[in-house]
Design a protein around this ligand. Structure first.
Ligand SMILES: [Zn+2]
Length: 276
């Protein structure tokens, strides 16, 4: 869900000028060309640095049963991904990338979230399990996160951030700084596009892994109900800021719009017809 922190983006922006600005690459999974101007070695270095720092700063959940279950779901989704590529006749192409998935659960009673690193390291915050009522709903989160990984979303976002910084310095600040542009909305539609793509891929992967596709909708409805409950209690004063502060991270990075649920509902019959 959350891909990589702004701090890390800012850090990579600092290295932006050194890169060639002309590279695009074709991603076999989403069959679209993506901006790819940040070398894989830098992405790996940054991701590892962030990931291991994050793990050392947070307590891992000790409930072996839960961790085992979550990792098993991850393994099943991996098989779902392989089936997806097999059906698309691109399994060899997928295998070329040798994703080394690693799944961890950190103890956190307040943060409702999960995130994926481009290096296929996936982290769940324990609080999210209060909203995922069964394995199928956990598989929804897992499919979505793995969707971000295989569709190279972090790589794409980083490349766009570097490109923005380049445009910004080239125009001498007329357009505004890259960071400001990203804040005023450049990334908003872009992120929503990626979110939709991760939802769709996740739905396909979980269905191929044998999970109930309808659980993708029920999971988002659980979060939507919670967000509506929170909204009811928001203060009449300082309304927007206070609500945003209290809004769980997952809802800030994953706005639960009617469209999100509508889109999944629209796709479910199609996916069932294709895969079941
Ligand atoms: Zn996401």
């Amino acid at each position: 869900m959350k891909n990589i922190s702004r701090r890390k983006f800012t850090k990579i922006l600092g290295c932006g000028c050194a890169f060639s600005m002309t590279s695009c690459s074709y991603n076999p999974i989403n069959k679209r060309s993506q901006l790819n101007i940040v070398p894989d070695s830098i992405i790996k270095h940054m991701s590892d640095e962030y990931y291991y720092e994050f793990l050392s700063d947070n307590d891992l959940v000790k409930d072996k049963k839960l961790v085992k279950k979550v990792r098993e779901i991850g393994r099943r989704i991996e098989i779902g991904i392989e089936k997806y590529f097999e059906k698309e006749n691109r399994l060899n192409e997928y295998k070329k990338y040798q994703y080394d998935y690693e799944i961890n659960v950190v103890k956190d009673k307040r943060t409702i979230n999960a995130f994926a690193m481009p290096t296929a390291k996936i982290v769940f915050y324990s609080r999210i399990f209060d909203f995922a009522n069964n394995e199928d709903e956990i598989a929804t989160i897992m499919g979505h996160e793995m969707g971000h990984v295989v569709a190279w979303h972090s790589k794409e976002r980083m490349s766009h951030a570097v490109a923005l910084e380049f445009v910004s310095s080239a125009t001498g600040g007329i357009i505004g700084s890259g960071s400001a542009l990203s804040e005023i909305g450049y990334f908003l539609p872009f992120s929503r596009f990626q979110e939709t793509e991760a939802d769709e891929l996740g739905l396909r992967f979980m269905t191929l892994a044998g999970y109930k596709p309808e659980s993708s909708v029920s999971f988002w409805i659980n979060l939507k109900n919670y967000s509506e409950k929170l909204e009811k209690y928001k203060s009449k004063h300082d309304l927007g800021a206070k609500f945003l502060r209290n809004l769980p991270q997952v809802l800030r990075t994953h706005p639960i719009t009617e469209n999100r649920i509508k889109n999944l509902n629209r796709l479910i019959p199609q996916v069932k017809m294709e895969y079941i």
